[in-house]
Ligand binder design. Structure first.
Ligand code: PEP
Ligand code: MG
Length: 326
């Protein structure tokens, strides 16, 4: 199995009719770098920085973070690395950082909300990212943005971080592309406004699906409600794709959704071209892409959008793929 998949590693990510896609890696710990390279990822679409923070007993200082980020940026040899700021809370806790017990942690004090309430920790991380940006193409990504005020709050911290570094006479990258995760329904409604103030969107399907459908992404009791092919989810995906296009900004799908060929067919047909996923899925997805044409994916997606239930969408796509001999 491994060698069969490895032969796809160096293949381009290209559909049967020659449309090129970009497949990047989601990474967390340093060991994921080698896995990403082994599987032919083109840079990093999502670096979840909370993982290195979790695997320790205290907050890393600026220099430590800088060296870690620099090592990752240099490890991808000139391909872009999107670094997402701390996304703790929800189901991710830091052992050395007391957070209140909450009844609804996924609706609670998590992610960028924590960062904005701890400006010192936040600014330190951003300073480390800007410093590392000297060594290769880096992008800065903010998670869980639910409104313009948070984005502007983040922008203010970037400004403070830059001023601080300049004052200290430390070398840093001045113009780093800034993006937001689209993973909260309010951000979907504000997408056009957000798009005017950012360079790219990262669509986090894991959280977006759970918030759109009010179905906890980790609760098996409601897993049948957590449906990536739910018509409401498909509508959101379509709208965000069009929004990014209309505003001329980048868009990367970086939830787990893209790792399934049925979902990938749909995403392809909806117009998405950039994906980031756990790297071991990349060879399999490349193999799948080689069998499907964009023209077919478009037709399949068009038909899927007409259907009224997620289960019907799934059956239809499966049937369509079979008809095309896939
Ligand atoms: C997501 O929410 O889809 C995502 C990519 O981020 P995470 O899984 O880390 O919440
Ligand atoms: Mg998320």
């Amino acid at each position: 199995e491994t060698s069969r998949l490895e032969k796809y590693r160096d293949l381009p990510a290209r559909t049967r009719d020659g449309v090129e896609l970009t497949l990047r890696a989601n990474i967390g710990l340093i060991g994921d770098m080698a896995i990403a390279r082994r599987n032919g990822a083109v840079g990093v679409g999502l670096y979840r920085t909370e993982f290195p923070y979790m695997a320790r007993s205290d907050f890393p200082d600026r220099n430590e973070q800088y060296h870690l980020y620099r090592r990752i940026i240099e490890g991808f040899g000139g391909d872009p690395v999107t670094i997402r700021t701390l996304d703790i809370g929800g189901d991710k806790a830091l052992p050395y950082f007391t957070s209140p017990k909450e009844d609804n942690p996924f609706m609670g004090w998590r992610s960028v909300r924590v960062s904005l309430d701890h400006r010192d920790i936040f600014r330190t991380q951003i300073e480390a990212i800007l410093m590392a940006g000297v060594h290769g193409p880096v992008k800065l990504l903010f998670p869980m943005i639910s409104g313009m005020d948070e984005l502007r709050g983040c922008r203010r911290i970037i400004k403070e971080a830059s001023e601080n570094l300049a004052r200290e006479g430390i070398e840093f990258k001045e113009k780093v592309p800034v993006g937001v995760m689209i993973e909260v329904p309010s951000a979907v409604y504000l997408a056009d406004r957000l798009a005017r103030e950012v360079d790219f969107f990262a669509l986090g399907t894991n959280d977006l699906i759970q918030y759109v459908l009010a179905a906890d992404r980790n609760n098996p009791l409601v897993s049948k409600y957590y449906d990536p092919l739910h018509p409401a989810v498909l509508q959101v995906l379509k709208d965000i794709g069009q929004c990014a296009e209309r505003n001329g900004i980048g868009l990367c799908i970086c939830g787990e959704m893209a790792t399934d060929p049925i979902h990938m067919t749909l995403l392809l047909g909806l117009g998405f071209r950039e994906f980031s996923m756990a790297a071991p899925f990349i060879p399999r997805i490349k193999g799948f892409l080689g069998k499907i044409s964009l023209a077919d994916a478009r037709k399949i997606a068009e038909r899927a959008l007409e259907l009224e239930e997620g289960s019907l969408v799934r059956e239809q796509i499966r049937r369509d793929l079979l008809t095309h001999g896939i």
